[in-house]
Design a protein around this ligand. Sequence first.
Ligand code: HEM
Length: 365
Amino acid sequence: MRRFNIRTVTRASVILAGTAALAYQSNRFKSNNIQNTVLPLFHAEEKEFKKTQPTVYTGNHQQCVVAVIHLKSKNINDVKQVLASTRKVPDIVKKVLPEGDTNTPEDEFELPTVMAGVGFSVNLWKELAKSNKLTLPEGIVGYKERKSNLGGMPSAENWQIVLHVKGSTRSQCYEVVQGLVDQLPENVIEKVEDRYGWQYRDGRDLSGFLDGTENPSTPEERIDAAVTSTGGSFLIHQVWEHDLKALKKIGHKEQEGLVGRSKDWSNEMNEKEMPLHSHVRRMRDVQFKRMPIVRQSMPFGSVGGKSGLLFIAYSKDAKTFDVMLDRMVGVDGHTDGLLKFSKNVFGNYYYVPGEDELNNLYRKI
Ligand code: HEM
């Protein structure tokens, strides 16, 4: 069992800060740190929150995997067989947990070393809702193909089931995916794409920028941003391949302009100086207001092969992702600078049902 003390981290940061300027930097660093190492949990009285699958509201472990299971056909009877397998995920996780570890943590200081959440591509969830008379969640929209002058985002038409696993070791992540895949009926599966992510340095993207600085960090902020009234959440998963050689050829200042933050401490440029194409500006609305989502992205890949970012984020409203992606591809004429060195090769939206919704579905199949 991993033990974290979120309050100690906070107190230490405040003492360390001393001056207002330092407090600001420390705070930026702290919020990133929390996203990447601490798993905030609500206490028992937060009943609504407890019904959410834990991968949605917790921070990152050291390792993760997103396994996308592509179904061969769009036949609802085939899906039922796959659903019966996903039902076993909690037992699979239990087997992987070290002795004495629990997957029902009571508070934020005692958390399991591995956890998993199951989701359904939005087009599949719509079909499941229709055939099982389930109410569709508000804010549901499908993922669509996008184009821009710097490269596009391909669509994903087939039905998919997703498994998001967070663990202390890669072995744990692998074992959970393997445990599920072993149960799947081969005849209905087209392919399984499991991509493994890992924490790089102190929570940075492979480009060297801190990732997650402006992420909601308290449990209250996370639930507010990510959880629907029924305990569900929308997950966006995209795979971005970086061209790090090309990135290294441009200067430090230009790189910072692409992001809108400094590379060392992730200090935000002021609004007047921040270029129109910078990622941070693109990810805000037209009034430069934040649109909170819970990001849990992690780098992937190898030095000799492909590498980049497994973009993973949760929101209570999939339309927020739509606004962000439209702004990235430049619906208003300004394409996100990140697209100059990052290529999107995969993406989709998934609905990660609340635990009651999931059990309700399992009862019906
Ligand atoms: C190549 C892929 C991407 C990279 C390397 C990347 C990296 C970053 C970095 C370095 C930051 C600044 C620090 C921070 O606040 O985390 C950031 C901010 C952010 N990113 Fe990304 N990101 C990528 C894709 C995306 C996508 C696809 C979305 C949304 C669908 C997104 C949403 C955001 C948001 C909401 C922020 C915070 C903006 C704010 O300050 O209000 N990012 N990202």
